[in-house]
Design a protein around this ligand. Structure first.
Ligand code: GLC
Length: 627
């Protein structure tokens, strides 16, 4: 059951697709205070949800902030990253879900200040609150998901494996990468184009020397079964003579400062302006720009920098430079130095900039700050709506920033993680929270984006990520190569990625079911085994679809781990491409998983397909073969 409570919203997110009447009374079990909502927790209470946040599956014991943040260091102390996902699910003496429909900032103190207390503080206390109850945790999630509409379903080929790298600059870099995958006989479906394919980082342009004929090149790759997936950044380069800028400027489609002038920021292209995705006309106009690339045969995109990420604003930079120039080199002390250094650092993604530009929405004019969490969501919607018009087939689309509502239009990836062991576990722990909030098509940068990857890290990461709907290896400029062929021996990677393709009939089917039935593809064990006290505490295993459980290794040099089986299951092991099975009883097991082996567990047989080179060869109907 869903009850809707009114706290005089000025603007909501548009995430909710059902028009429910308001309920009278108080939103029990919450207590309403002057600043928000509180709830006391008993010792056993567990808290789930909040989508793409740091830390565990059970969110108790930390403070989180709903604020789309361009955060390149995903350390445990961070309160927010790129997504702002306002659904929480409380499982204790009270069991219910809550969705806070507000595009501004909300703080969730979940046993951080007082370990027995939840305090939820919307910065601007003017919102709609939905309280969702049901017979089980899964039922509450499904009820919530029915409130926010069906999740995005990508084309089948998007479930293949993709290689990306910020640093493939030319057509030849991409071709060489495709060749190396082919030589190593490793399946591949997508190669991603990062910002270097553009001309001077201008959206919807192609660098004339690096990709002299992108249409022919895309066709050549497609012939080989590989799709090119270019990046699109939110900000548009401010350059007269660049048609996207000229037209958007003339029509007033960019966010304005308080004087009605385009607000100028610095991002990859240098001085840039921000399309007003909250203005339906501007949003539609931006979406139509994708045609420049769909006309060249492009079938999918990743939308980036859409928190929006701001390196600086023109005005902020002017002020900062003035301040830096005041330094007296003769007299500077240590604290002055650090203060001065921070003057520039603080320019990035600053609240004062977010407060200085405005959106034209159907509900009126809003300072960006108050509707901040809608920006990435509406960019995804802009692209999705246009791609539905521009193309007859479904397109691949995923984004970095998001809030609930965006799940209807695209997937998300979890942004700029690191080549750290802890980030395998972090990615695993983010998946169920994202699924609760409707984001089913998701995954992390395999091997880690920042920092240098190692062979063993990549093997272990892939052994987990082969189960994530979005399976993409991506790395930052200047980092060590981490393609599946980069570490010499390719066989181990071939076996793991091949297993992904062999499992696709199952994984895809389960994904489609989750979309259609508003269910979760990834679930904490607690959701399937509600009466099992041990299952409820498991933070490093997940249920995948109806009949699979995974328990990957995420520690350096570990080659075995404890795994909890909440019921009798079949252990399936892939060793050097060969599959073997073993029945295991309910309870704890210490399972050896040498590097390169992939182990998963099934509650009923999962047929495997034949090894293939890419998704065009997959037989999607489940075959009756081995486990
Ligand atoms: C951002 C993205 C990253 C991309 C880079 C360059 O950091 O998150 O994936 O490679 O920008 O475009």
């Amino acid at each position: 059951m869903i009850k809707r409570f009114c706290y005089d919203p000025i603007i909501t997110t548009g995430a909710v697709v059902k028009d429910l009447p308001y309920s009278n009374g108080s939103p029990e079990p919450f207590t309403v205070t002057e600043n928000g909502f509180t709830l006391d927790m008993d010792a056993k209470t567990r808290v789930y949800g909040l989508g793409e946040t740091m830390r565990g599956i059970n969110k108790r014991g930390w403070i989180y902030e709903s604020r789309c943040t361009d955060e390149p260091f995903h350390t445990e102390d961070k309160r927010s990253v790129y997504g702002a996902h306002n659904f929480i699910l409380i499982d204790g003496k009270d069991r219910f879900g809550a969705f806070f429909d507000l595009p501004g900032r909300i703080t969730y103190d979940i046993g951080y200040t007082d370990s027995d207390f939840i305090t939820i503080t919307p910065e601007n206390f003017a919102l709609d609150l939905y309280i969702i109850t049901g017979d089980s945790l899964k039922a509450i999630v499904s009820e919530f998901r029915s409130l926010i509409g069906k999740s995005y379903l990508p084309p089948k080929w998007a479930f293949g494996y993709g290689q990306s790298r910020w640093g493939y600059v030319t057509e030849d870099d991409i071709r060489r990468c495709a060749d190396q995958y082919k030589d190593a006989r490793i399946p591949l479906d997508m190669l991603y184009l990062d910002i270097d394919y553009m001309d001077s980082f201008k959206d919807f342009t192609v660098h004339p020397e690096r990709f002299p004929d992108l249409k022919a090149f895309a066709a050549e790759m497609k012939e080989r079964g590989i799709r090119l997936i270019p990046i699109i950044d939110a900000a548009v380069k401010k350059e007269e003579g660049y048609s996207v800028y000229d037209e958007g400027h003339e029509k007033g489609y960019f966010c304005k400062d308080e004087n009605g002038e385009d607000f100028v920021v610095g991002v990859w292209p240098g001085k840039s302006v921000l399309p007003d995705f909250l203005d339906p006309e501007a949003s539609r106009w931006f979406g139509q720009q994708y045609k420049a690339l769909t006309d060249l045969g492009i079938e999918g995109f990743w939308n980036d920098m859409n928190e929006p990420a701001l390196f600086y604003s023109e005005k902020g930079l002017e002020r900062a430079i003035e301040e830096v120039q005041k330094i007296d080199i003769e007299k500077i002390g240590a604290l002055d130095f650090f203060g001065t250094r921070d003057v520039l650092v603080k320019l990035q993604n600053s609240d004062s900039d977010y407060k200085s530009f405005y959106h034209n929405t159907p509900e009126g004019r809003f300072a960006h700050y108050d509707v901040h969490n809608l920006y990435g969501y509406r960019m995804t919607k802009s692209a999705y709506d246009a791609l539905c018009e521009l193309r007859d087939e479904p397109s691949l689309l995923f984004s970095r920033a998001s809030s609930i509502g965006a799940h209807r239009y695209g997937g998300i990836w979890t942004g700029d993680n690191h080549s750290w062991w802890s980030h395998i576990l972090q990615s695993l722990q983010q998946m169920p929270g994202l699924n609760m909030c409707g984001f089913l098509f998701s995954g992390s940068d395999i091997g880690g984006f920042n920092g240098n990857c190692t062979r063993d890290l990549l093997i272990r990461w892939m052994s987990f990520a082969l189960f994530t709907p979005l399976m993409r290896n991506h790395a930052a400029f200047g980092t060590r190569s981490q393609e599946a062929f980069a570490f010499g021996d390719t066989e181990v990677f071939r076996h793991i990625i091949t297993l992904r393709y062999r499992l696709l009939p199952y994984l895809y089917d389960e994904f489609v079911k989750a979309v259609e039935n508003d269910t979760m593809y990834f679930r904490p064990l607690a959701f399937d085994y509600e009466d099992d006290e041990i299952a409820a505490t498991i933070e490093d295993q997940l249920m995948v679809g109806d009949s699979m459980m995974i328990a990957p290794i995420y520690r350096q040099n570990a080659d075995a781990r404890h795994i909890y089986l909440p019921e009798k299951m079949t252990q399936v092991r892939m060793h050097e491409g060969e599959i073997s099975t073993e029945e295991l009883n309910k309870g704890w097991h210490y399972v050896s998983i040498p590097l390169g082996d992939v182990v998963y567990f099934t509650t009923s047989p999962i047929p495997l397909g034949e090894p293939v080179r890419n998704t065009s060869e997959v037989i999607w109907e489940k075959q009756d073969t081995e486990n």
